[in-house]
Design a protein around this ligand. Structure first.
Ligand code: GLC
Length: 573
């Protein structure tokens, strides 16, 4: 964050000193989904002590930052994205003392800790909502309530998880808005008291020594006045044009920066922003913007959605993916910053989706090369570093995710069967990312001594960290190499992005040009050998090979054939 702060508040815990203001640009973030990382007490659910047990593993991988998905008190309908108390740890994950130990353990290993900030909505079990539904002062307007006929929702908005975005509350006899599950009522950000409460809570966590926030769906917080009907033919959930990047979002985020963020010099903030445009992203993260450090956009992970959305699996091609990535890379080149990812807890596994399980090592490392050589801060989601894949779901009772189940139930209500929908569910479900971390080849992959809350992928017998750590040619070790070359070559962090061979159907190549040196990245995004040809305008004949996922001997870079999913990174001289 900026350094124009008045008195920085002092953190009560040890923090890791950054070397420069925008230290997060050359950092790598490792994302931990606590429920599925490591279970220390045998209840089948990952926990904070389980993460502490794995600190040496995390250190061996070498990220600068850990982003911890929600561990707050929650009924866990949406695995912690439904918070019932922002200042308590869910006993399922441990105690506040455990959390402090994790914070200190990470800091002792020179790893920063960022937490999820989920403030578009709370759980319906949060005491604010309980008091709001009883219309108790001052909570009456903490949420978005509308009166009206119990049979007709106030408008046609759809929940992101399927079904209407409104539920009728029998106690208050009014409708409340929930852009996600009905157990996740949206907070009313137009109420200044709500904003103050949230800012106080943010101060509390920052004073507890965290190093920043990943802000959940933060571009949804401001809804259009009057909550007008949405266009039923528009892309995405109906009504989304009235809450994505809504009318007051910049005002509120600037206020949040003034009231909270600017008081902490060394923190990082990442806005998760479904539907955000490049221009809006610049307003959020650019100079004179709202003061966020980076955005997560969704354009590239929407690439396999057809015109009918989630249920419509679209067979994308490289040209579309490259255009999408290039639009963002060039759009934020002068100003603004993005978090770069192909995986997270909401996305199917990247090898299964963008790569090829039959070329497991090559495609996983090729995709990793892409993430770590684009302009932006790379995010690695747990298990990605060993090439974890999608799960072979074939029964309804194997799914846990509320979004998957809500969508399935909606279809079943209109007569569709699980068997008909299975293929899409298997491909698309967020549960693909949430199966337990694979530590070894034992029954539950070393994740738990109990019964895991979600099935373990049967391929843990081959794909696990034990195997990866002992094999010096594993995907894991390729990741550690990638982390290092990015640290050693500023061109990979700050260099300008210029795409090459822009129409090629299988080769994705680009330059990252910095004043001192440039890098050339060449990726074969296909299972077939493909030819690379250096365009004439690029003035270089020799390159120093920094990294490749195949054995490469020649230093000539003017043209050559790449193997299936081959990746090469050269430093240009
Ligand atoms: C974000 C989270 C997702 C959650 C949703 C609602 O997209 O990443 O897991 O379900 O917001 O909080």
């Amino acid at each position: 964050m900026g350094t124009e702060s008045s008195e920085p508040r002092t953190a009560t815990a040890t923090t890791v000193a950054p070397e420069h203001d925008d230290w997060w640009k050359d950092a790598v973030v490792y994302q931990i989904y606590p429920k599925s990382f490591n279970d220390s007490d045998g209840d089948g659910i990952g926990d904070i002590r389980g993460i502490i047990e794995k600190l040496d593993y995390i250190k061996a991988l070498g990220p600068d930052v850990v982003w911890l998905n929600p561990v707050y008190a929650s009924p866990e309908h949406d695995n912690g994205y439904d918070i019932s108390d922002y200042r308590r740890i869910n006993p399922q994950y441990g105690t506040m003392q455990d959390w402090e130990n994790l914070r200190d353990g990470l800091h002792d290993h020179s790893i920063k800790l960022i937490m999820d900030l989920v403030v578009n909505h709370t759980s319906d079990q949060h005491e604010w909502f309980q008091q709001s539904r009883r219309e108790e002062d001052p909570f009456t307007d903490y949420y978005i309530w509308r009166d009206g006929n119990p049979d007709t929702p106030p408008n046609n908005w759809e929940s992101i998880f399927g079904g209407p975005a409104w539920s009728y509350d029998d106690e208050r006899e009014e409708w409340y808005l929930h852009l996600f599950d009905e157990s996740q009522p949206d907070l009313n950000w137009d109420n200044p008291r709500v904003r103050e409460e949230l800012y106080d809570m943010m101060h509390w966590w920052l004073e507890n020594g965290i190093d920043g926030f990943r802000m959940d769906v933060i571009n949804f917080i401001s809804k259009a006045p009057g909550l007008p009907d949405g266009d039923p033919d528009a892309d995405g959930a109906i009504g989304s044009e009235h809450f994505i990047d809504g009318p007051n979002v910049h005002t509120y985020l600037q206020e949040m920066h003034r009231e909270v963020l600017q008081h902490y010099d060394e923190i990082v903030t990442i806005g998760e922003m479904p539907g955000v445009t490049v221009d809006e992203a610049r307003r959020y993260t650019g100079t004179d913007g709202d003061g966020l450090d980076m955005v997560f956009h969704f354009d590239h992970v929407g690439i396999d959605h057809g015109e009918h959305g989630w249920w419509d699996v679209y067979d994308w091609d490289l040209e579309e993916l490259r255009d999408c990535i290039s639009t963002w890379q060039t759009g934020l080149q002068e100003d603004g910053w993005e978090g770069v990812y192909l995986n997270n807890h909401d996305q199917p596994r990247m090898v299964s989706r963008f790569g090829d399980e039959n070329h497991h090592y090559a495609s996983a490392t090729m995709l990793a090369t892409l993430i770590h050589t684009l302009r932006g801060t790379p995010f690695v989601y747990q298990g990605e570093e060993i090439g974890m894949t999608n799960f072979p779901f074939d029964r309804e009772d194997q799914f846990r995710d509320v979004a998957t189940l809500n969508r399935l139930h909606e279809k079943k209500e209109v007569g569709r069967t699980f068997a008909e929908l299975k293929d899409v569910l298997q491909y698309r479900s967020r549960d693909n990312a949430r199966t337990p971390m694979q530590w070894d080849d034992s029954t539950h992959a070393g994740f738990t001594d109990g019964e895991p809350w979600i099935p373990v992928n049967p391929n843990h017998t081959d794909i696990n960290t034990d195997a990866a750590l002992t094999d010096s040619d594993s995907i894991f070790h390729y990741y550690t190499d990638l982390f290092q070359i990015r640290k050693q070559h500023d061109a990979l962090v700050n260099g300008r992005y210029e795409v090459l061979m822009e129409d090629d159907p299988t080769i994705y190549a680009y330059l990252r040009e910095a004043p001192e040196e440039s890098a050339l990245v060449i990726l074969n995004v296909s299972p077939d050998p493909s030819l690379f040809q250096l365009p004439e305008h690029v003035d270089a004949e020799q390159g120093e090979l920094l990294l490749s996922n195949y054995d490469v001997t020649s230093a000539g870079i003017d043209g050559f054939e790449l193997q299936p999913f081959e990746a090469r990174v050269y430093r240009l001289q």
